[in-house]
Design a protein around this ligand. Sequence first.
Ligand code: HEM
Length: 415
Amino acid sequence: MTTDSTRLGESGTQQRLPRRRALVRATAATVAAGITGFVVGARGRPAASPDDASPASSAPEMTVSARGSRQAGVDRPVQPQQHVALSVYDLPAAAHPNAPGSDFVRRNGRLLAELGTRVLTLTTHGGDAALGGFPPGDLTVTVGVGPRVVTAVDKGLPGARELPRFTREEMPDSARGGDLMVQVCGSDPQVVTLADGALRAWLVKHSAAPSWAQHGFRPSARPGRAGQRVLMRNLLGFLDGIVVPRTPAELEREVWLPGPARVRGGTVAVVRRLRLDVARFLAQDLAHQERVIGRRREDGAPLSGGGPDAPMDLGAKSAQGRYLVPAMAHARRASPNGTGSGLMLRRGYSYANGPEDRGLLFICFQRELRTFVATQQRLDDGDDLSAFATATASGTFLVLPGFSAERPLGASLFP
Ligand code: HEM
């Protein structure tokens, strides 16, 4: 597809201004969609892939097909399920993919193909004894491979670059990077735990070494109409995920990789466990909290005025000449209109490992790693919310193109 925006999605200064204009337009549309819900009938199902076997659904009793040209768990179901178990593994051969006698490509090709088969059985009703008779419901499993794996295949591919170091990171080496990401999501926490455990046992048996893992949760969304996305409040009490790509055109342009063939239908994920000083944030008066975020807590409306679905006006000032959305407000600093980067699909979860360690399991998907990197660097340079956050785990992964029984997981990368 060669829309203006896709052409402009490539790097280069000349391309920036039109792309920003596209993003401003997108922002207005996405804010409106975020508040009012995304109506399937009006705009079509987000990023429907031609061979998706079943429609996206937010109803837990309905299954979400693992098959398709794109993996589930990114933009389908439209409403992210309430629970996640995210696990990161190291693959032994990835450390020395080119060592003499290494059968890295063959071994990992086989591992991913078999992993995909297991995902198909786990997500099929009655398909896998490891679920103990529970129906899988809306269980999804999303698999990505880390930069060492991608580099071993072709260092020019999306997903081959590691994340740089950022400020406010406190993590052991074991919680940085990783070769394999398995994101298990579902409405039923028991199903998620069982599926995650089954995949973990299987992967360990096949020489993968768990490096870090995190369970996460989102508040129960009032059941929206099928296809409608309901915004989640994070542990700080604010609506999260307002400005994200939603329409099929936005998802095509910002999230899904159009090529090369080896990665077509994949996307680049970034996952970060961000410990938040929730108590200190909540001890601030509400007006201060809202200035830190740049939006109203009650309904997510931007401090620049207008209703919840108004686009944020970064130039709006008070009579005294002060920015209505403060200069270091998180939403201003993270805005793609300020970073000049693309728009990321944020699909995070809250987590709690006891009262001293709780926060946001930040998960985002984008076509280019630099979308995340440029945003994070700008936050590092100044963002009032960052003063409450510490990253304790981090990684980036190429989410593999979709798969089916006939087209194994990872087949395009490891033919
Ligand atoms: C420290 C934990 C974080 C919390 C609690 C948080 C929370 C929020 C909230 C409440 C909003 C406003 C509503 C919305 O548009 O979703 C927001 C916006 C946003 N955040 Fe974060 N965020 C965090 C970290 C990050 C990180 C690490 C990034 C990426 C590097 C990021 C990127 C964004 C973006 C792109 C927006 C939309 C900005 C706009 O155009 O209005 N956030 N975040």
